[in-house]
Ligand binder design. Structure first.
Ligand code: GLY
Length: 287
């Protein structure tokens, strides 16, 4: 399956569940002084979550251009050295604005990954926020994930915030373990390149103010983010995001322009960095 087909299947899946397909916003936010660059699909909907804006739809899906090089979400140091972080990436997302909540978000994520894309259920792991028994129980009742593949983690891993202030809430992540030892929980959230997070389902219900205090929002919302380059790598059965059809044409050109082969760590890392940064610069300058 090509990356183009994967993107289309994601959007079609949510269109069929009543979602409006919306355009990505630019990587430079229009009017948000808390962000240098757009760092998540939910940024363009911040006003809806805060209750200060509305849309003519209450379910949306898209693929959002994101840059993570500063602030709370900064992946710059990992880029090139590992196989799955980027300064620029696409985030596939679906949103509910005060409409469906945890049950549907969990059940549809599972349906897309396991029914449509046929990912091996035994390799999938779900994490939930340590106090979120509701999400924990939905994983047990609306999916057929192995019950011992549902794990609880604390604030660092399972409470998502866009920045120092703003809408936030407990989240439930889906990880895939591509190791031979795939039935072992120890690899989840350990930074392993072969046991990676592929999708984050955020249950937006709070607002963090400038003093760091959490408040309840007027309504509850869903904000999900799936790393497009990561899901392409998994579905294309590659060992690195850079080996997918998203990056491989660029890597071919970089090799031929530089005369350097992509065949050992000393050349793979800088070529990955160049490929990653070209995308970031192109979209940052363009937008
Ligand atoms: N807003 C969801 C995420 O960035 O993971």
């Amino acid at each position: 399956m090509t990356s183009g087909e994967i993107r289309e299947q994601f959007l079609d899946f949510f269109k069929n569940k009543g979602h409006r397909i919306v355009a990505s916003s630019p990587v430079v936010p229009y009017d948000d002084p808390t962000l240098l660059f757009t760092n998540a699909g939910m940024n363009q909907f911040k006003d809806v979550f805060l209750g200060t804006g509305t849309r003519e739809y209450n379910r949306a899906a898209n693929t959002q251009k994101c840059i993570r090089v500063s602030g709370k979400h900064n992946d710059l140091e990992e880029v090139g050295y590992d196989t799955y972080h980027h300064t620029f990436f696409e985030m596939l997302g679906n949103w509910s604005f005060g409409d469906y909540y945890k049950k549907e978000a969990i059940s549809w994520a599972w349906e897309l990954l396991t029914d449509v894309w046929k990912l091996p259920k035994e390799r999938l792991w779900a994490t939930v926020y340590e106090t979120d028994n509701e999400a924990f129980n939905f994983w047990k009742t609306v999916t057929d994930i192995k019950h011992d593949h549902i794990l609880k983690f604390g604030e660092k891993d399972n409470f998502w915030e866009m920045g120092e202030t703003g809408p936030c809430g407990p989240c439930s992540e889906i990880h895939i373990n591509l190791l031979e030892d795939y039935d072992n929980p120890i690899y989840v959230n350990m930074g392993s390149p072969v046991c990676i997070e592929i999708w984050n389902l955020v249950f937006i219900q709070n607002f963090r103010d400038a003093d760091g205090k959490l408040h309840d929002l007027p309504a509850k919302h869903v904000d999900t983010g799936m790393g497009f380059e990561r899901i392409c790598r998994v579905l294309q059965k590659e060992s690195s995001n850079y080996k997918t059809d998203i990056f491989s044409p660029m890597i071919k050109v970089i090799q031929s322009l530089s005369g350097v082969k992509y065949n050992k760590m000393e050349t793979i890392v800088p070529i990955n960095v160049i490929a990653d940064h070209i995308r970031t610069l192109t979209f940052a300058i363009g937008d």
